[in-house]
Every structure is written in C-alpha cells, then in structure tokens.
Design a protein around this ligand. Structure first.
Ligand code: PLP
Length: 414
C-alpha cells in the first residue's frame, strides 16, 4: 500500500471568529480542577446545575411518549398537539397575527434556521452589543459580516436607537432583540418596543424577538413586576419571529426544545416562512418524545415558576447589594433571566489584557468562574463580567467574597 504523508485538514476560514466565551473558559477551569480545587461555576446558565428541579409532570409526559412508541421521526414542523399549544401560548402573549409556528431543537436551532432562511451574501442583521454569542456565531458560520448596535448601560441597557439608525443600511434585513436580555438581565420598555417597531416598518426589517426568559421576570426595587411585553403584541403588523422554548422557563435545557412564532402581515411573511419550512424539512425534525412535554408544560400547572422566581429574586438582590457595596464595581439591576453584567471601574492600563485576563486570573486565584464582557461585546473602553446568579445564597456570598478579595489584592494600589 503506498504511504502518503498525512496533511493537516484545516477548518473553514469563516469559523475563525466563532467564539463561545461561556464555554471557552472551561480549559482554564480544568487546569484549576486538576490541581485539586473546586471551581464555583457562575458561567453557564443551566439551572439544573443548582437547586432547581424539572416539574415532574413534564418528565412523565416524555416518559409516556417514549413508552407509547413516539420514538420515530416527528413531522418536520413539530407534532400537532405541540403546535396547537404554542399557538395558545402566542395568544396568552397577546400576539394576534400569528401566521405560523414550528418546533426546533432548542432556540439555538430556531436562531440558526431563521437567520439562514433570510440573509443573502452581502446582507446583514443588526445584533445587540453585548449579545448572546450564538447570534454572532451563526452569522460568522454563514459568512455574514456582523452589524452590532449598542445597548446603553446608562439607560438600563435599552437599545440605543440612534446607533441602530446609524447602522441600518440598504442591505440590512433584520434586527435581533433579546428581551429579557442575556447577558444584562434588562427588559425592553413598551416605549422602546414601539420605537423599534417604527424603525422596522421604515426599513422593512424582520424582528427576531428572543423571549426565551419571558416567564422569569423579577420585580424592581419598588416591587414593580410589570409583566413581560412581547414585541409582536406591540407591533402586530411587523414581520416578527418570536423565539421561545423549554430550556429556561421549564428547566429542561438538555431536552433541546424551542420554537418560533411567525407574526405580521400574512402576505409579507409568506415567502420567508416557506423558506424556513424548506430548512425544517431538510433537517428532518426536532427531538420527538420531548415534544410531548410542550402541551403539559404550557397548559399545565405553573407552580414551579413561583418558586423559581422567589429564589431568583433573593439571589438577584444579594448580587445587586454586593455590586453596590464593592469598590470599583457597579451594575444595572437585572429585571429578568438570571444574569448580571457588572462593570469593572478600573483604568484599562490596570488590567493588562483586559477583562479576559481578569476572569482567567480570577479562576486561577479564587476558583470562581464568570465570563468576561468582551466575550459578549461591549463599548470600547468599558470592562464587564457576566455573573450567573443561579447558585444558592451561601455559594454566591462565598463567590462574591472571592471576587472582592481578588479586586482588592490585585488592583488596589497601596
Ligand atoms: C438569549 C438566549 N437565546 C437562546 C438560548 C439558547 O437556548 P436553547 O437552550 O433553547 O437552545 C440561550 C441560552 O442560554 C439564551 O440565553
């Protein structure tokens, strides 16, 4: 047999900018774990890593589906009873112009399919900065240049309308809203949603409204817990896909169940929706037995949410108090989800290498794992880190003591 020299197989060049900072830090943590330390993971938004449990009735529903032989392929858009339940959920969210719904393997797949079905080479989508990194990863994978608009920290992380206006071009096809937001925990005000709707109408944009955390709304410091407002309820005429799923609200991130709700003018969204269905068919279907949990989840008891929000409120308050009492740290109080995005007030020259070095050293020295702000994008000259405040109060207090010590020992000059 002829011997040929093995040559390196390189990955596609367009992947060079694909980053997922949340998991990329794992190698530093592994180093520390190998040295025999326990790392406090405040980096991954998985409630099942902490004291949260999946509602038993939805586990039963999946178990029953498996026992009943629902283990083959499902219809590509999803099983009829799940689609029906998602339409019911859309109605509860006051979305009145639903044109289509479909089930996917997590919101991650909804994002991928909906963006892939819309953009041509040379076109772009507006994404928030900071953003949940999946959006930029999908755009990189498609070879689409990023077009990020700023969220304004001085205005409770609301989208900066003037920046959006500056960045819309004739080639912009859509805009992503993450509401409640990851990584900032902010909520969009009704007024902001109305302004974005105006802008979308003017520039003929599709709005991708990622509402995966819509049932995890926390009261503000005055106790006001104004319910979440779905973008599509404010702008029934605007082409919109609302992203929702089971991972966070129903505590099953490992099941990989998400969905899209297409709303807007029927004629306007028809051809685009057909494109999405072509991709839905090409990837066969979403996980089948797990789809049998969608109806019991959306229509059954919601008691677990009361407990989840109670825990999150207490942990958010503790996080906020720590940020307010710690020198060189500030934070806009989160109103939804389970993330806080504190700012580090140190001159850039004091953190050589920026906030990525800050978090890596924090893992090595204090064994606390948070994610650097630059992993999500941030305004030049600012530095942040993202905290997942899912752990119990005792664990959080110990992590925050470690971070405060780290800042004092490393950055406070005598
Ligand atoms: C804003 C946002 N969108 C989408 C996802 C992905 O969700 P899924 O588990 O449904 O794929 C996440 C996960 O953390 C998220 O934070």
């Amino acid at each position: 047999m002829p011997i040929t020299q093995a040559r390196e197989i390189s990955a596609a060049k367009r992947l060079e900018n694909v980053r997922y900072a949340i998991r990329d830090l794992a190698c530093v943590a592994d180093e520390v774990i190998q040295q025999g330390h326990k790392v406090l993971p405040l980096n991954v938004g998985d409630p099942l890593n902490f004291d949260f449990q999946t509602p038993p009735h939805i586990i039963e529903a999946v178990y029953k589906a498996m026992r009943d032989g629902k283990n083959g392929y499902a219809p590509s858009p999803g099983i009829p009873e799940a689609l029906d339940a998602i339409r019911g959920e859309a109605a509860r969210k006051d979305i009145t112009t639903v044109q289509d719904v479909f089930v996917t393997s997590g919101v991650s797949e909804t994002v991928d399919l909906c963006i892939s079905a819309l953009v041509n080479p040379g076109e772009n989508i507006l994404t928030p900065k900071p953003d949940y990194p999946l959006y930029s990863a999908v755009l990189c994978k498609l070879g689409i240049a990023l077009n990020a608009y700023d969220l304004n920290e001085d205005d409770a992380w609301q989208p900066e309308l003037a920046d959006i206006e500056r960045k819309v071009t004739a080639h912009t096809r859509g805009i992503v809203l993450i509401n409640p937001n990851n990584p900032t925990g902010s909520l969009c005000s009704r007024q902001m949603l109305e302004q974005i709707a105006k802008l979308a109408r003017r520039h003929n944009l599709v709005v991708f409204s990622d509402e995966i955390y819509d049932k995890l709304i926390l009261p503000d410091s005055n106790g006001d817990a104004t319910p979440h407002i779905a973008f599509a309820s404010v702008a029934p005429d605007v082409p919109c896909i609302t992203f929702g799923g089971m991972s966070k609200n129903y505590l099953v991130p490992g099941w990989r169940i998400g969905w899209g709700i297409v709303s807007g003018d029927a004629a306007a969204v028809k051809s685009y929706t057909e494109g999405i269905h072509r991709l839905l068919r090409a990837r066969l279907c979403a996980n089948h037995p797990e789809q049998y949990a969608i109806r019991p989840a959306l229509e059954g008891p919601q008691d677990h949410l009361i407990e989840v929000r109670r825990k999150l409120r207490s942990r958010r308050d503790l996080t906020q108090k720590w940020c307010e009492s710690t020198p060189r740290v500030s934070c806009v109080a989160p109103r939804g989800a389970f993330y806080a995005f504190p700012r580090i007030h140190l001159p850039e020259s004091d953190i050589p290498g920026g906030d990525e070095v800050f978090v890596k050293e924090l893992i090595r020295q204090k064994h606390v794992m948070v994610v650097h702000g630059s992993g999500f994008g941030q305004k030049p000259g600012t530095q942040h880190f993202r905290i997942v405040f899912l752990p119990d109060e005792k664990t959080l207090a110990s992590a925050y003591a470690g971070i405060a010590d780290f800042i004092r020992e490393r950055y406070e000059k005598a």
